[in-house]
Design a protein around this ligand. Sequence first.
Ligand code: ADP
Ligand code: MG
Ligand code: MG
Ligand code: MG
Length: 400
Amino acid sequence: MSTYHPLTEQEAINIARNIEQFFPADASLSCKEIGDGNLNLVFHITDSVSGKSLIMKQALPYAKVVGESWPLTLDRARIESEKLMLEGKLAPGLVPQVYQYDPVLSLTVMEDLSDHVIMRRGLIEGNEYPLFAGHISTFLANTLFFTSDLGMNQQEKKLQVKNFINPELCKITEDLIFDDPYTVSDNNNIEAAIEDAAAALRSNDALHLEVAILREKFLTKAEALLHGDLHTGSIFIKKDSTKVIDPEFAFYGPMGFDIGAIIANLLLNYAGQAFWTKDDADREAFRNELLNTIVSIWEQFHDKFLALWEAHGVDRLANEAKGYKEYYMKHVLQDTIGFAGAKMIRRIVGLAHVADIDRIEDAAIRNAAQRQALNIGTELIVRNRSIQSIYELIDIVKSN
Ligand code: ADP
Ligand code: MG
Ligand code: MG
Ligand code: MG
């Protein structure tokens, strides 16, 4: 019997060889570890004979953060594999297929998506993805509706809340997103040139009130089963296909946290385009495309979610109470706006930054993009509870 240990590339090959009916008997397998190694190992295994390939993701029992390591539960590998399989049922074609899960090794064997690119990189390179809004709005509507009290048996939902309890990974979010950026913390990562803007975050009472309310929702609102880490680095994309990966932060939380994560990362790229697209007219066009994508994601999510509710709503009172659907969708929109702002701010002054902005070589342009992201994020948070339409977000972006 094997016990848990981080695999070597050779051990990964041996496991791959024994996966039933995947590689042919005469396979000639090679393996490369391609993860960034902070939390997980990712093995890419290919057969030079058949050309077939697969991915194995193994959780490590610690996280390497700011040079130190701290223990981190392996249970997140179970959560990730179960969430991936559930997403595969609820949103077919929008996640990698899971071939196998090994609970002892905390190892998920899944479809190789190397023919896609990580969306963050694709956006930095200036690619447009006209089908993305349609794909991700389906992913969001289906995964959120069918795991909520509107779309599934409410007793079974409580068992799912328990199954996806994820305290250690939630604590990372609670600290890094909903606390550190608003205080002096060793976890923060602030460029000296924008220290004044970071200090302003620490002394803005109106901002702190709204962050406390968003934090409370994250802590207490078990609305639907979230992906929990839905940034553009967790999305593989190509022109005609979108695949969501890496749901190890999954837990029952407020829907707007997932929708807001996508929007925040599109807006961080919007800010970064100050550098990435040199031509003024091209930059304007690309930025408008990003904003149109955001509007389209919200509008399609809204329509698809309501259509699912109409067809599959399980809660008689919620289905029939006049005005409730409008109330519900407005609160999801307001949460989305607030969480989007919080996600933007943490990527500028918090521990983990994004390449869209950090890789800008020109310091003046980089710092201006950081300030723009902080200004947009702050306004989204401060105004979230009064937002009535997604177009107010567009106005906020354009006025910053
Ligand atoms: P982590 O939780 O450590 O961030 P991810 O699941 O995001 O791990 O994977 C890290 C990297 O490994 C991805 O950015 C991608 O380059 C590669 N990767 C992960 N899953 C796949 C896959 N199914 N197909 C191809 N590459 C993958
Ligand atoms: Mg990573
Ligand atoms: Mg990842
Ligand atoms: Mg991850």
